[in-house]
Design a binder for this molecule. Structure first.
Ligand SMILES: [Zn+2]
Length: 313
């Protein structure tokens, strides 16, 4: 199971958090990874399986003790009562970052179920982005539909959800449900937006006139202009981070590992972030501005751009 699918299934399980001792090694490894990312955190559990009989459930009545119908009072270690649980704030923050919605705090539409992450695009091309969890509940869907006219209205909406989309029945409103694992992928210590899902939605943003530039980049480093071209090429956060490090080195060479470390990306090689099939435009940028040699050194090909390296304007 992919990391975000696992996270989604943990969220869908609701109150049932995961005891690290109860999962297999492969799942354990993925949970560890989610925990290192910050997507899952350890929390004290209220109810656990009895560590003695392993059949009954035990309510934790105080730190270090619980009561089992068969075994009576049982002593519980911290390890017995620790559960990994998804951190919803982390997820909503990272989704907003991946979509460049960081200026707009997510706000709640339906408590603990549906949030508005923000709007993408502008004017008539605008899309509203919602996140919903545990939606396979008719009462929740009804509440969402009744809140829709006031909080969403006629704006086309993308609902990123951890619930299986076929179970999210929202008749009469303009909404596309996208599973979490299809909308985003884990990259480095955050998420990136999946181009296939978001490109059309974000197109209106990329086409905005760009006022401020830093060298060949837009001010936020999320798009780059190649010489003689008027339309910028959009970059994912990972692509942007890699190119920015090289550009700021003004053509000085850097070892592969040092480059990946400074860009804070979790990849084997920089080129992996620029697959031709998926990001043909960004791949073209990579070929135009990045140079490397057999020794694993990388540098900015400043001769490829009409802009002096390191010069901010
Ligand atoms: Zn027991």
């Amino acid at each position: 199971m992919e990391l975000l699918e696992l996270l989604a299934s943990c969220i869908e399980q609701g109150r049932t958090a995961i005891a690290p001792t109860l999962v297999g090694p492969l799942e354990r490894e993925r949970l560890d990874r989610l925990q290192r990312l910050g997507a899952m955190t350890f929390m004290p559990a209220q109810v656990i399986f009895c560590p003695h009989c392993e059949i009954r459930t035990v309510r934790v009545i105080a730190v270090g003790s619980g009561f089992c119908i068969d075994c009576g009072l049982v002593n519980l270690t911290t390890k017995d009562t620790q559960r990994l649980a998804p951190d919803g704030d982390w997820l909503r923050r990272r989704m907003a970052q991946a979509l460049d919605l960081v200026g707009e705090p997510a706000w709640t539409l339906i408590p603990d179920r549906v949030w508005r992450l923000g709007d993408l695009g502008r004017a008539d091309r605008r899309h509203r982005v919602l996140f919903g969890q545990r939606l396979a509940d008719i009462m929740v869907l009804r509440a969402l539909l009744s809140a829709w006219p006031s909080y969403v209205g006629e704006i086309p909406t993308i609902l990123v959800t951890t619930t299986q989309p076929e179970r999210v029945f929202l008749p009469g409103v303009q909404v596309r449900s996208v599973p979490l694992a299809a909308a985003f992928r884990v990259r480095g210590d955050g998420l990136v937006a999946d181009e296939a899902v978001w490109t059309g939605v974000r197109a209106a943003q990329t086409a905005l006139p760009v006022q401020a530039r830093v060298g060949p980049f837009t001010q936020d480093f999320r798009a780059i202009f190649l010489p003689g071209e008027t339309a910028p090429v959009a970059l994912t956060p990972t692509q942007s981070a890699l190119l920015r490090v090289l550009w700021e080195l003004s053509g000085e060479r850097i070892e592969r590992q040092a480059l990946l470390r400074r860009a804070r990306v979790d990849l084997d090689k920089p080129i992996v972030a620029f697959p031709q099939s998926k990001y043909p435009q960004a791949h073209r940028v990579y070929r135009a501005v990045v140079r490397s040699n057999q020794q694993g050194q990388y540098w900015w090909a400043h001769e490829a751009l009409g802009v002096a390296p390191g010069a901010a304007d």
